[in-house]
Design a protein around this ligand. Sequence first.
Ligand SMILES: [Mg+2]
Length: 357
Amino acid sequence: MTKQSVVFSDAGALSNSSINMPITLTVAKSSMFPYISGKKKAFKKQQTVEGRINAWVDSMKASSPSHIKSPASLSVADEDYCTWLLRHPSALSMFKQITKASKGKQIVMFLDYDGTLSPIVDDPDRAFMSDEMRDVVREVAKYFPTAIVSGRCRDKVYSFVKLAELYYAGSHGMDIKGPAKYMEENKAVLFQPASEFLPMIEEVFKVLVEKTKSTPGAKVENNKFCLSVHFRCVEEERWNALAEQVRTVLKEYPKLRITQGRKVIEVRPTIKWDKGKALEFLLESLGFVDCNNVLPVYIGDDRTDEDAFKVLRDRGQGFGILVSKVPKETNASYSLKEPSEVMDFLHRLVDWKRLSL
Ligand SMILES: [Mg+2]
């Protein structure tokens, strides 16, 4: 890896940061459903709470690939996918364009974990990545600074990936740490913008575990700076009731907000911090303030990855790659169908780099 002159050493370093990136910790307006209700305030007011939950659950169902295929709709779905692919071509077919754009620039890799490096499985504790995927990520990290950016607790995602040479941004980027070897030198990136929320998150975790006990298959995961309520093993007819349970609990905690992902509800602090901010933070800490000498590539499958895709799009820099088998509204430039294609892409990247040396 290059240019790892990062300087953060502890969570309290925020005010003494030698990095000039503005880090906003302003508490945002409380919003229970920021993704589904942000467009028209007037309309939002008229919606009933029930209506909002329904729309939210419908959206979650629609974004679940397992829900989409029925034989009758297969050809229509395929046609839609092909149309979508024109706007978000496969990163494999655009490989040459991607490497061409990297000329004279340092590629920096950002990888989501669930659904990107590992398949989505029923038990989130068993979302293991394959050894082959681990091997290629290890190779990628030899040539490019590489960060894992996940909604999971940082320790948890590290226990899956097990590569000490990577950067890890857990809890949607609210818990960032650099490679282990830099920790020894006390120079690792370590940044936790939401540490003041820890006691509250812990409390809400306990309440949610208790309240959702009655829903078969519901699982609450403590990701340290945020919580995930998993719907993967819950029957669809119970999704509305479960979402309502979560919403009722969160009414008591206006400093926390709810966002939606693939078969998951996320609970997190209302600070303005997300995977996009984490991407910017890591780029700055790696010393890439100048847009002209870096090419960030971010691969992710989830709604929460859109914040990072949007940052790249707004900066006109690098490429966002969405992992999806179905058409989705996205800020990503390119797409890959599934983790196996992510692995192919990473293999090609490593092979290309080796040949170019
Ligand atoms: Mg994911």
